[in-house]
Design a binder for this molecule. Structure first.
Ligand SMILES: [Zn+2]
Ligand SMILES: [Zn+2]
Length: 110
């Protein structure tokens, strides 16, 4: 039953799992270190004293592309629209197309 699985395939799975776990853990470690560094320096944990935080909705671009954050992956299904070739990105309502908003942590302390 398992004869068709070769050693290289098993190695491929192992590397894939390793890369996946590294990808998941890396941003968490990075944010943990940076937040502790910021607090030790007396900086705002949220924005690092920039007084601005990148918009979470448009990822700082100020533009919203139709289809949401997963629009890089083509979804083939009932909702797949063959008629639409290009959708022009619309300006982000969350940050009024600025790409950032003022830090709530800093603005409340003022
Ligand atoms: Zn935005
Ligand atoms: Zn702040």
């Amino acid at each position: 039953m398992f004869e068709h699985i070769t050693a290289s395939e098993i190695a491929g799975y192992a590397v894939g799992a390793l890369l996946l776990s590294a990808t998941i853990s890396a941003p968490k470690i990075d944010s943990f270190i940076s937040s502790s560094q910021r607090s030790s320096l007396g900086m705002c944990k949220r924005c690092g004293d920039l007084k601005l935080i990148a918009c979470s909705k448009c990822k700082g671009s100020g533009l919203i592309k139709e289809g949401g954050p997963f629009n890089l992956i083509p979804i083939v299904g009932d909702n797949f629209d063959f008629g639409v070739k290009t959708k022009s990105p619309s300006s982000c309502a969350n940050c009024r197309a600025k790409g950032h908003s003022s830090c709530p942590e800093c603005s409340k302390s003022l």
